[in-house]
Design a protein around this ligand. Sequence first.
Ligand SMILES: Cc1cc2nc3c(=O)[nH]c(=O)nc-3n(C[C@H](O)[C@H](O)[C@H](O)COP(=O)(O)OP(=O)(O)OC[C@H]3O[C@@H](n4cnc5c(N)ncnc54)[C@H](O)[C@@H]3O)c2cc1C
Length: 369
Amino acid sequence: MRVCDAIVIGGGPAGAAAAVRMAEGGMDVVVVESRAFPRVKVCGEFVSPAATGVLESLISARELEALGAGRVDRFEILTGRAVHRWWMPRAAWALSRGGLDAALLARAESAGAWVLQPEAVRGVEYAEESVRVSLRGGGEVSARVVVHADGSGRHDPAGATPNARGLVGQKCHLRLPEAIGCVRMLACDGGYVGLIDVEDGLATVALVAGAGLVRRHGGDADSMLGAMWMGYDAAQRVSAWCSTGVARSGYVAPGDLRSFRVGNAAGAVDPVGGEGIGLALWSGDLVGRLLSAEGALERGALGGVQRRVGAAYRGRLRWRRPACRLASEVLSRPVLTACVRPLLWMPSLSVGVWYRVTGKPGARRLQET
Ligand SMILES: Cc1cc2nc3c(=O)[nH]c(=O)nc-3n(C[C@H](O)[C@H](O)[C@H](O)COP(=O)(O)OP(=O)(O)OC[C@H]3O[C@@H](n4cnc5c(N)ncnc54)[C@H](O)[C@@H]3O)c2cc1C
């Protein structure tokens, strides 16, 4: 059995960021990722400007560009026939999760983490002085702490992060005749859509649909997207639709002293604002740094680390969570969309509030294009 300081379950953005920081801090880290990369992940593939700093601290801007990542500095929202456009004061990044997650996990490996992939965690046993993790391949790893970064935290005694009832997330890639050139959000009755250019001349489309919309279209994502976006031509789709539930939850405190939760396993906001990758990177970075501090792995210190993480996480979600929930409700209800439309003509006010509550820099510099 391998013995290490920390085992990280999941090699997505949260797990990779945590592993980088712990390995850099001198810890012996094992990361277990169940899927071979690159893999498809249901995601709009927009990395919020709130996350630019932490992302670029893990992968430099030059490396991101070499991977084909694009900078996005315009935002567009289509509500009915009205189109609202803004310059974003600080550029965001757009990159497929195939490319991004593989690069982040490679970064963790080069920092010194030992990556087991593809390999899945089957169960975790919690004891006084250690955790024992059993792997699907039959092996076992013993660690002083476990970091749940599997997108749900299902192996933590506190249980899995809940999903929003009745919401489905879907994603595919399109090859469009022209680049989109911005982040484009479409509001519609029962759901919303995000579109963005990613590498290799592809565009990502991610949609979130309520149960009513799914029912009306018999679960056919092409038909749903056609109803939400007048310009959609299913012949432009170059990958299969993938679907998933949509996680939505406040901070879930870990259920054992040796257990830590990051990313969606710790809490999740509605996808509307593209905040999830940022929260995953931020929390992985935070937990990794705190655990690799001198003496942090001692039994007497772990509770204090958990409390600091909990306080920081609750602070991050305090306004983001209701703001993302509200934006999600507004975009999927035409009556509410019509009510907010006049405000959108004053971006430094309306979008400025959004920028402030979601921690993005430059709210005062937002201008209609
Ligand atoms: C429709 C939709 C659109 C979205 N759009 C955006 C967007 O544009 N921008 C944004 O920032 N966020 C977006 N999000 C949210 C974002 O995808 C998540 O917040 C983010 O992926 C969370 O990262 P994570 O590292 O916590 O978990 P994940 O990305 O889910 O990574 C978890 C990893 O753990 C692995 N794993 C799971 N179980 C095991 C196991 N037992 N053993 C080993 N490995 C395991 C998985 O294979 C996976 O690689 C969107 C979400 C949805 C549903």
